[in-house]
Write a protein that binds this ligand. Structure first.
Ligand code: BT5
Length: 241
């Protein structure tokens, strides 16, 4: 693992800082901020980023920047492994970018590409660690390691472990174009497959069916009630337990 680490007390978003660094030609950098004033999720949604969480972006310059979704998957697996090692908790991945515990969101991942003369990728990881409570709009859907285990964790230690896990997958699998290897480990840790789910697509269409697989481009294969199987490229999944 050979990342340069940058730590800030407050930033708008670690993704913004990573993009700024990319413009200056930097890569293999990790940006962490105690607080984000404009943390964001997919589709420009707000990501609550108060003190107590891990807000981190990894800036990379991959040889192959065509398969960004695999980096989201790699980051999710890294988070699952790191949480298991530090807390003993078994958390699961929900397609495409969530790590959750019993249906409540612990972590979200946002992977963004910067394409130009040189291609960069920023993998943003937001993990709720020591928060005791959440704002009204997410209090029923979010959780933190502290709320689960009633313990406070060293954020720095968690970040280093996630980075170690991530760089292993990145160097040994992603960078060697062994994308299937990422899909395999991702599937082992994902609990969306084989469930009956509701999907709200990127275009806000609501669909019901069974998650029957993941395609090679990381899209979700949804078998509709009329038995037709379709590909969901982006969207939000609600598992119907
Ligand atoms: C995500 O988006 O889950 C990606 C989140 C990525 C955050 C990291 S933090 C470091 C880096 N810097 C950034 O600015 N972003 C990245 P999405 O799947 O669109 O989920 C967003 C939704 O999650 C929101 O609409 C809320 O419902 C919910 N949410 C917001 N803040 C949350 C939190 N702290 N914990 C759990 N859920 C939250």
């Amino acid at each position: 693992m050979n990342y340069k680490l940058f730590h800030f007390n407050s930033l708008t978003s670690t993704q913004d800082k990573a993009k700024e660094f990319a413009k200056k030609g930097l890569s293999s950098a990790v940006i962490i901020s105690d607080v984000q004033t404009r943390g964001r999720g997919r589709f420009k949604r707000k990501w609550h980023s108060s003190k107590g969480g891990l807000w981190m972006s990894v800036l990379l310059k991959p040889k192959n920047a065509q398969h960004l979704q695999y980096l989201t998957f790699a980051a999710a697996v890294s988070v699952v492994n790191a949480i298991k090692k530090i807390t003993g908790i078994n958390v699961k991945i929900k397609w495409p970018n969530d790590v959750h515990y019993k249906g409540k969101k612990l972590c979200g991942i946002l992977t963004e590409g910067i394409f130009g003369k040189e291609n960069h990728v920023v993998v943003g990881i937001g993990l709720n660690v020591n928060q005791d409570k959440f704002p009204e709009d997410i209090k029923n859907i979010a959780t933190s390691l502290k709320l689960i285990k009633n313990e406070t964790y060293a954020i720095k230690k968690i970040s280093l472990l996630i980075l170690e896990e991530f760089s292993n997958i990145y160097e040994k699998i992603y960078d060697k174009n062994k994308f299937n290897g990422i899909l395999e480990i991702w599937k082992e840790n994902c609990d969306t497959l084989n469930k009956n789910i509701k999907v709200t697509t990127g275009k806000k269409k609501v669909l019901y069916g069974q998650a029957v697989g993941v395609a090679e481009d990381c899209s979700l294969l949804l078998k509709l009630n009329n038995k037709k199987t379709i590909k969901i490229i982006e969207g939000d999944v609600h598992i119907r337990y």
